[in-house]
Design a protein around this ligand. Sequence first.
Ligand SMILES: *Cc1c(COP(=O)(O)O)cnc(C)c1O
Length: 394
Amino acid sequence: MNDVQPGATHLECTATGERFDSEALHTLSPAGKPLFARYDLDALRGRFTPESLRGRRPDLWRYAEVLPVRDPAARICLGEGFTPLLDAPRFADRIGMGGGRVWVKDEGQNPTGSFKARGLGMAVSRAKELGASAVALPSAGNAGSAAAAYGAAAGLPVHVVVPRDTPRPIVEEIRALGADLQLIDGLIDDCGRVVKQGVEEKGWFALSTLKEPYRVEGKKTMGYELFEQLGGRLPDVILYPTGGGTGLIGMWKAFDEMEALGWIGAERPRMVTVQASGCAPMVRAFEAGASFAEPWRGAATYASGLRVPGAVGDFLILRALRESGGTAVAISDAEMAEWVAHLGRDTGVFAAPEGGAVAAAAARLRASGFIGSDDEVVLFNTGSGLKYVGMEPV
Ligand SMILES: *Cc1c(COP(=O)(O)O)cnc(C)c1O
């Protein structure tokens, strides 16, 4: 798609519905909640169709009509998206899926080895298009290296703040990609405070999860891809390792868009949030029937992408789980490591611990009957195991 696109028509507060101009840089809404980009889907209906995607390049920019970046020259591409959806028959047998099928969406094959490339590729492209002069973010690790990569490709300075115990391969990656890196004794929320200071004092534009509107637009492309790669349908169950929840929220948004575009009906996959036993604020809130999640104290897990004590999109995650008939599951680090090994032997994918968590959750939910033996199930492996070499389960 090399045409200039109309982009979003406006931004909308996910809590109040209040509208904002999409052609200016925005962070959270005045209500302190995430903003969603909205498109003229009525105008796209019948023109932006699954058939219209044929022959387009296999990266996430193939969905340009429902993405915010207008100018093709502003789309910074390192090959993100359109990762393989791998059939996993031996894993399916292992967990007792009689007639059903299991696929692994291998997001570890993205640039910088994780699906953070989708969100940061979009957010950095859009921030540059809207005139940001420097971007910054707190990160548990993978978002930092993705931001560093897209900043380097865009020629935009990037400031990354990560916990000191972030996996070493990720720290070295961020440095090699030329970002300004600060290591902090603390968790991602402590890193957030350092970024806030840079925003106030140095005019950085912050790309924190869901605190600007476009990372979720990059991540939502996973929903469009599932539909395309399954030949025009969605699976019964999607298991997603949830930190800030951008991917789950993004796919849920994509499904609504696809319905408005006439691609699908009202049916939805059951969405499953998978977290670490040592940091499971969404699981706790889901089980309590709460609409918002209390921050988790003393978060500890070697799955750094899941070490997120509080999420600004908590209510969006919980709503998607409930509306879809989904659930939430917590997995210990030891189980993650065990299921990284099972998944590796069964599929050839060396998964991140987050992928191991999802594999363990699939087994548990199959055993409990939540996943039926003839369900079609997609497991998200969100990163490459190579980025965690040297990290020990907590
Ligand atoms: C960031 C990250 C997650 C969590 O993603 P969210 O969209 O923030 O929920 C899961 N896995 C890996 C490997 C990550 O880097």
